[in-house]
Design a protein around this ligand. Structure first.
Ligand SMILES: C[S@@+](CC[C@H](N)C(=O)[O-])C[C@H]1O[C@@H](n2cnc3c(N)ncnc32)[C@H](O)[C@@H]1O
Length: 343
């Protein structure tokens, strides 16, 4: 166990837009940590899974359409030291651009391999990706939407589209890269070798993820009876899709703008009728109405507040959106009105 890091306090070594760290304990109170099968179709930084009280459950399945995310979690589970070695590099503007270009050039092939082979992962890609996202300021890391790309002969960086932005990296905190994400090390890491502390932290995460199934692709692929384990008496879903009217820094809406949240909500409304399904759906206040739907009968709406900022759930209008965060819980969730009435 890494210094000062408790099992229940595990968190991702990178910031992620829309992260639900602050809502995690409230979500677990309603889903119940003892649920037989837990599914997170929009994994991101896995903020909720990593805060499951008591650690791993019987069956846990996570998924993300973003190949870099899926590769990171798979590589971390299988080879934490390989990921730590690749991530251990000083922050440098030149390397940030060249590594960014190298990663963006691999996105399509990486995603295809992850989709085809459930064991596939690449520790170097994972380490470089997490090093970069921790050095990068703001959104757009590896989204492939910047103006700079590698020339045909591979020798220079030229303007041309479909590439990367060039930015100064995070230097304000002494360029600590991945180490800057270290969670509350006892004495602020003094007297502790930060690289070794990071490696230990990644090993802890690896141990936590060892039996978690990490899928890559569209959310629907893990929202099926077979993915949930047919024998499970209770199945919990954390549905945290990109929000319809939210800030969209990483192009989450790229395909089918505005329709994804509504599709997920429709699926949730139908699946939530089943007594063994405990569903938590995240969104902004009024999201059902924006999607042309109504909150189904028996569902509870719970408000919570983000800290704001990347990884804290920031929306386009920053401060305002911090207050608009909601989680809707299906009737079979613990403590819901429906259970109070009939159970
Ligand atoms: C709001 S973030 C999830 C944040 C996560 N709950 C956390 O705490 O870090 C939404 C995630 O959905 C993923 N995503 C977007 N479209 C998707 C799709 N069609 N299927 C699966 N994942 C998708 C994005 O890559 C992103 O990681």
């Amino acid at each position: 166990m890494a210094v000062g890091v408790e099992a229940s306090a595990l968190r991702a070594p990178f910031p992620w837009f829309g992260g639900k760290m602050r809502a995690a304990s409230m979500i677990w109170e309603r889903l119940g940590p003892g649920v037989d099968s837990y599914i997170e179709p929009f994994a991101g930084s896995l903020a909720v899974l990593l805060q499951r009280p008591g650690g791993a459950g019987q069956t846990e399945t996570v998924n993300d359409a973003d190949g870099f995310i899926c590769n990171f979690w798979r590589a971390l589970a299988a080879d934490p030291d390989g990921v730590a070695a690749a991530a251990d590099w000083p922050v440098s503007e030149l390397d940030l651009t060249s590594r960014h270009l190298w990663l963006v050039g691999r996105r399509a092939d990486l995603t295809a391999r992850l989709e085809a082979d459930p064991d596939y992962h690449d520790a170097k890609v994972a380490g470089w990706w997490v090093w970069g996202i921790c050095s990068w300021i703001g959104s757009g890391w590896c989204d492939g939407r910047g103006p700079w790309r590698v020339s045909e002969d591979g020798a220079r960086v030229v303007k041309g589209g479909g590439g990367v932005n060039r930015k100064l990296p995070h230097l304000g905190d002494d360029g600590r890269g991945v180490n800057r994400q270290l969670p509350h090390l006892g004495n602020d890491g003094r007297g502790v070798n930060r690289q070794e502390a990071t490696a230990e932290w990644l090993r802890d995460l690896s141990a936590r993820l060892r039996r978690v199934r990490v899928c890559c692709g569209d959310w629907r692929r893990v929202c099926t009876p077979s993915a949930s384990n047919r024998n499970a008496a209770t199945v919990a879903y954390l549905l945290d899709p990109p929000y319809d009217d939210g800030f969209d820094p990483d192009g989450c809406y790229a395909a089918g703008v505005g329709s994804l949240w509504g599709d997920v909500a429709r699926w949730a409304a139908a699946a939530g009728e089943g007594p063994r399904h405990r569903i938590a759906l995240c969104g902004y206040e009024g999201a059902w109405e924006v999607a042309g739907l109504r909150v189904p009968r028996g569902w509870d709406e719970v408000a919570w507040r983000t800290k704001g900022g990347y990884g804290g759930g920031m929306g386009g209008d920053g401060e305002d959106n911090q207050r608009r965060e909601r989680v809707w819980f299906s009737p079979a969730c613990i403590g819901s009105r429906q259970i109070g009435l009939f159970g």
